[in-house]
Design a protein. Structure first.
Lengths: 490, 465
């Protein structure tokens, strides 16, 4: 691996991150709050780091596969590292580990927070928290590929390493155009939500921050009680709809924009996603109606919001679901593993993978009776190749393995089992709030620093879908660091 | 510009690579899933798996708003059908690769227009023509004609013991109205030379001049022009057969032709098409066999077995045995960087020849012909200056053309001249120039017809009427 090439791209990325901090700076300036200075310092540090990195390295658009993975993983690590600066410098989070946790939680659209009193924060910091969601939602690498057309065919490798779901497809022939289109759709839907939220009575600031968190399926709010804090049923409805949209495949929305409505309606994954959501809402509503609220409409409102919020891995809350009956909690806990569709901004395992695994399971059972049958695995009209099926099974295994190891690690720090399990499920699935100690009314603050580091890693692994991060553990990446030194001296 | 390419073979892949490199939207249709995956990882194009001759697949690729369709599958019939469909859907230009000459000659019932094919390419035929050109002029590596064969570009290698090595360009006594258009160096670099540049050993010089250039610069080229009499072709591929037939037609020279192929059935088949060529069944990688067949006394060997490695190695082998001139077919681009190091004389690449033909279709300027130099880093472009191009009316010294663009000759009112700084470019001038690959954008800017929005609108309205 050539460090120089990766370093140069990382430098450019840092410049992006620095420039992105101008937006919260504007809010800080507008409200004339003390975080103004913080953002100026943070922007200067980020930009100078970026330019310095570019200075000592050189650009080469011929990036190998190995370097692509390293670049994508390191970008997210570095982006969070520098994205944490405002939290750290402003004193909102005096520990850098906490600040890093918060930034990673933002970029990976997890929405798990370590800040006890959100409402006490200045506007600039709040805006930056939400903006990290929005940037990370459609993907910082996707944005990078869209803006850097020089990457050419190699851009696809970068995009593949980041885009959620087992199959990344282009919507138009060029990678850069594809990335631009996806970002364009993302921006357009976001703009629509912002306008609707403002019509429902939100201020521009609240509308923007909540739009960012909804569209990215993030979950950071500006209120301690999350969306519930506004007590605005209309806004809840709007957010429900847009969370659901954000959990769908964005390339389908491109087809819809091109007036091909069938693409959306006939898409098997989207139908599966819709049925899972509807089914879970019905069950949860009935259950809540009997055991909790004894009011159908209220139950539906609470259940719909919470089910969609969790399945799309957003993590907004309108109610403390930790106090709900165990059955509903159980549903919510397992929804944390499912997530939205491939190609959405949601996290976790994804509908398409679950669907393929279900079909594969059925096929295996069928084969018990017809041992010689040749059964292709179809999603829609397309046959899923055996490579993809194997890769999905490997994914599920690694997902569960990592989940188990991390959960046990947390219990070793003295955290109770339910809290440990849900904390890992919620960070690995990029959901946000869990149960018990990390429930919707609590934060991740009480978890010991080592636990926070583990959970930060979970968020990264979850967002980049395991393989991209784990590939860095291959011995090759260590061996090539050695060779890199030689080539530097040449 | 949106382009559909059907077939992901060598030519299709090369076209996809170049076209996507020139900011075109390329959609490639290929049937083999393995190749599909490979291309997806390698190129920035959209790859669709399917049959290129099916309307469904083509519609999925968005045929309706396509500007150019290039059908280069292995099968002629698929290429023809694809073009027919494309024309029905209103694709502006269609190109089909057709190798079987029976589809091409005058006996066909349907004309190309009826089939919907605008341009037919036959890489093997073009390659064969190129090979016969080199055989007739054995001491040069490349030879290209421009402006109705009145302007000539010759590419030849300067051997280390040549007397012009280490001389400055301006000291060379070149004939009148000819200049060195470009030099490709051993390290792969392309130099657009100035008077002060020095010629190094193993440089390849591209000299442009009038049609009798070849006899005038005979002294520059290594040895006196030997007549090539005995020619052996290795391999009974399509190219081999074409070459043999073309050379047979040339009655004036009366070549002695031999064709060697490993496959007995193929030999038998080839015999049917050839009259004067001796067809031999044998293995060209067998040294004993080559000696027996009197290869050491052959003047030229054409290695076109269809296998790059065999072609290169047998050429070297023949060279070692004393053959004066070897011509090898090399399809893969990957070998480019070592070709001038290993000592084969001339390289023919059907892939490159085809690509040159098609690339001229997609440029914004009106190009008469386009030849890609062997190391693929520069092109020879022939064009007619349009009326409202930016460069019209300017003297060359004022036009601010970068060094990577070198105008070799200017043809105006049938006069062939070498332009200099004080030459004014006029509309209708026919130019032959050497252009480095990275200068294409600038070339387009300076030489494309300026079309204002108003002009475009008028055009569109006229079209609608």
């Amino acid at each position: 691996m050539r460090f120089s090439v990766v370093g140069n791209l990382l430098g450019t990325l840092l410049i992006f991150i620095g420039l992105a901090q101008i937006f919260p700076l504007i809010w800080a300036f507008f409200y004339n709050e003390p975080d103004l200075k913080v953002f100026i310092i943070s922007i200067l540090i980020t930009l100078s780091a970026g330019f310095a990195l570019r200075k000592i390295t050189r650009f080469d658009n011929d990036i190998s596969l190995r370097e692509s993975f390293a670049f994508v993983s390191l970008s997210w690590i570095l982006a969070s590292g520098f994205g944490a600066l405002p939290f750290y410098l402003s004193g909102a989070l005096p520990s850098y580990i906490d600040a890093y946790f918060e930034a990673m939680s933002g970029f990976t659209t997890t929405g798990a927070t370590v800040i006890e009193d959100i409402e006490a924060l200045p506007h600039g910091i709040l805006f930056w928290r939400s903006l990290t969601h929005w940037l990370g939602g459609m993907g910082i690498i996707a944005l990078f590929v869209a803006i850097m057309p020089k990457l050419g065919a190699r851009g696809m490798n970068l995009l593949k390493a980041e885009v959620p779901g087992p199959i990344a497809d282009k919507v138009v022939p060029r990678v850069a155009e594809t990335a631009k289109l996806l970002w364009g759709i993302y921006v357009a839907i976001s703009a629509l939500e912002t306008v609707l939220l403002m019509l429902s009575g939100f201020s521009l600031f609240d509308a923007l921050t909540h739009t960012f968190a909804t569209m990215a399926t993030g979950g950071f709010s500006t209120k301690n009680l999350s969306v519930g804090g506004f007590n605005n049923p209309l806004a809840e409805l709007i957010i429900i709809v847009f969370m659901f949209i954000a959990g769908g495949n964005f390339s389908l929305y491109y087809c819809v924009a091109k007036k091909n409505y069938n693409a959306l309606l006939k898409d098997e994954e989207f139908r599966f996603y819709t049925s899972v959501v509807v089914f879970c809402i019905i069950v949860a509503t009935l259950y809540l109606n009997i055991f909790e609220y004894r009011n159908m409409l209220l139950s539906l409102r609470k259940a719909a919001f919470q089910v969609i919020s969790i399945i799309t891995t957003t993590g907004f809350t309108t109610e403390n679901f930790d106090s709900w009956p165990p059955m509903v909690k159980g549903i919510l806990f397992f929804l944390m593993f499912i997530g939205g569709c491939g190609g959405s901004t949601a996290g976790a395992i994804k509908q398409i993978r679950i669907m393929v695994l279900l079909k594969h399971g059925y096929r295996e059972i069928y084969k018990m009776v017809h041992p010689t049958a040749v059964i292709p695995l179809r999603v829609g009209k397309n046959v899923v190749s055996e490579d993809v099926v194997t890769s999905i099974m490997g994914f599920l295994f690694l997902y569960l393995l990592i989940f188990a190891v991390a959960a046990v690690t947390l219990t070793s720090l003295g955290i109770d089992l339910i809290s440990s399990l849900s904390a890992v499920a919620a960070t690995l699935g990029n959901v946000g709030p869990g149960l018990g100690l990390v429930g919707p009314l609590n934060t991740y603050a009480p978890i010991p620093p080592f636990g926070k580091i583990v959970l930060t890693l979970m968020m990264l692994i979850g967002r980049l879908e395991i393989y991209t991060v784990l590939v860095l553990l291959l011995p090759e990446y260590r061996r090539y660091t050695y060779q890199r030194n030689i080539s530097l001296f040449k | 510009m949106k382009i559909i390419i059907i077939g992901g073979g060598e030519v299709g892949l090369e076209l996809a690579k170049r076209l996507s490199g020139e900011d075109m939207d390329v959609i490639l249709i290929e049937q083999n899933p393995k190749i599909v995956r490979e291309i997806q990882n390698k190129l920035d194009v959209m790859v669709i798996r399917g049959n290129g001759a099916s309307v469904n697949t083509l519609e999925k690729a968005g045929l309706k708003d396509t500007d150019l369709l290039i059908a280069v599958t292995q099968i002629d019939e698929i290429n023809i059908i694809a073009c027919m469909i494309a024309k029905k859907f209103g694709v502006k230009r269609t190109v089909a690769r057709i190798r079987n000459e029976e589809y091409e000659d005058g006996s066909q019932v349907l004309t190309n227009e009826q089939l919907g094919i605008d341009i037919i390419i036959n890489p093997e035929k073009v390659a064969a023509e190129e090979i016969t050109k080199i055989i007739r002029t054995p001491n040069v590596d490349e030879i290209e004609y421009f402006v109705d064969r009145r302007v000539l570009v010759i590419g030849f290698t300067v051997y280390p013991n040549s007397k012009i090595v280490n001389q400055k360009i301006k000291a060379l006594p070149l004939p009148e109205s000819s200049i060195i258009g470009a030099i490709t160096r051993e390290n792969g670099e392309v130099v657009i030379p100035r008077g002060e540049d020095v010629i190094l050993p193993n440089d390849k010089l591209y000299i442009i001049g009038k049609k009798d250039l070849l006899s005038e610069i005979g002294w520059l080229i290594r040895h006196h022009t030997d007549r090539t009499q005995n020619i052996t072709i290795f391999g009974g591929s399509r190219i081999g057969l074409h070459v043999a037939r073309l050379l047979e037609k040339n009655k004036k020279n009366g070549f002695n032709l031999k064709l060697i192929d490993k496959d007995l059935d193929k030999c038998k088949d080839i015999c049917m098409y050839l009259n004067k060529t001796m067809v031999i069944n044998g293995d060209v990688t067998n040294l004993e066999f080559l000696k027996e067949e009197d290869i050491p006394n052959t003047d030229a060997v054409v290695a076109v077995t269809g296998d790059d490695e065999v072609n290169l190695l047998t050429s070297l082998l023949a060279k070692q045995l004393g053959v004066k001139k070897t011509i090898s077919e090399v399809v893969k681009a990957d070998y480019n960087i070592v070709l001038n190091k290993i000592g084969v004389d001339s390289i023919i690449s059907p892939r490159l020849l085809t690509v040159g033909q098609i690339m001229k279709l997609i440029r914004k300027i009106d190009i008469v012909s386009l030849t890609i130099l062997k190391n693929e880093k520069a092109e020879i472009v022939e064009l007619i200056v349009p009326k409202n191009a930016r460069i019209v009316g300017k003297k060359l010294a004022e036009a601010n053309l970068p060094r990577g663009i070198n105008i070799g000759t200017l043809v105006r009112d049938n006069n062939i001249t070498i332009p200099n700084g004080s030459t004014e470019i006029r509309a209708g001038d026919r130019l032959v120039m050497f252009v480095k690959k990275e200068m294409n954008k600038i070339l387009e800017e300076s030489f494309s017809a300026k079309t204002s929005r108003k002009f475009l609108l008028q055009n569109e309205m006229a079209m609608e009427r």
